[in-house]
Ligand binder design. Sequence first.
Ligand SMILES: Nc1ncnc2c1ncn2[C@@H]1O[C@H](COP(=O)(O)OP(=O)(O)O)[C@@H](O)[C@H]1O
Ligand SMILES: [Mg+2]
Length: 405
Amino acid sequence: MNVIMLAPGYPGEMPYFCRALAQQGAKVYGLSDVAYKDLPALTRENLSGYLHVASFTDEDAVVRQVVQAVGANTIDRVVCMWEPGVLLAARLREALGTPGQGVEQATTFRNKDVMKQVITKAGLRTARHAAATSIAQVKEAAESIGFPVIVKPIAGAGSMDTFRAGSMAELEAELAKVTSYDEVNVEEFIEGDEYTYDTICVDGEVKYENVCFYRPNPLIARTHEWISPQTLALRDLSPAPVAGGIALGRSVLEAMGFQTGFTHMEFFWTPKGEAVFGEIAARPPGAHTVDLMNFVGDVDLFMGYAEAELKGTFSQSTERKYNACNIFKRAQGQGRITRIEGLQHLMERYGEHIVHIDLLPVGAERRNWVLTLVSDGYVVVRHPDLQACMDISDAVGTELRLVAG
Ligand SMILES: Nc1ncnc2c1ncn2[C@@H]1O[C@H](COP(=O)(O)OP(=O)(O)O)[C@@H](O)[C@H]1O
Ligand SMILES: [Mg+2]
């Protein structure tokens, strides 16, 4: 099978997807905006060819270049696991006559307003919402939806440029700070805990599913630097919030008409016990969550995905043995990491449950914690018992300290 993979080197998990596709028998042709020599070694080792384009933003030019490079060859799949490339991948499928998600469906996965229209039409619960392209429209939408509201870019990711406003005065103050977006979505503020619902599907059938609990909600985590945000993959999928979210998620996939590949949905669980749709993407979750899911069942979902995509089967185990938690760390102070404190003590107490450590080393420049959830590194904890997993994760959150300056 000939597979075109967009962005085969970035984000960090992509080389593993690239390798898995090759190991499942595909010839993988990479497509991205970096020079071949700058791709990760693992990506290069698993590519059968590579097309370097100047930029992903000029989609017309990329489509022309790819069509020309492909010539009379057949492309069996175009895959993209990176959010900004999802629509371009759909355009390429249409231009090349390749099966899989087309432009119309990809748009419903990328545009937060169109997405919510589809969900509402299917009779599923989501925030009341309106798209707006001017300050006047934002204010008008907020008035009719009612405060508090959330305002966010229509095709955003990672809580970027997203804010909550409790009143018209707060809304005006926030809008005064914003300079950059063209179109926004204004939404009713939903009170509740936030979870993910992640799947691998084949022809519309869910073959693998997962739920993660965000501690705390992403917008809060993104607002306060001192927080060590956690993504906690839950072993038990039967308690009410989890089962309620899964039922909602399955209906959402059906309403969206999703067929084959990875999906990543977010939902709220309200104090009244209702699952409310947040958003959905036609790609795996980021921030090392695929590895986190792998730790839950000692499986390889890179291979599981590749098998589903190429062969239409899924043979990884779906047994859930552990709760697994990513704890993301942000250093105190600016500049370079100067010390890491508390790690040895944590390892002495909980070592057998700490399954992965990936922290910036002393001397490294801090990352921008607003731009990347992974921040200055992360630790993975896993335990069969949920409370124990949360206790150890909280200990990592408070007792492990990275200091910069
Ligand atoms: N309608 C809403 N009600 C309450 N919180 C929201 C709402 N929309 C977004 N948020 C908060 O903002 C975060 C980011 O919004 P989201 O729609 O997930 O966009 P993205 O993750 O693509 O930036 C959410 O995880 C949530 O914490
Ligand atoms: Mg989100």
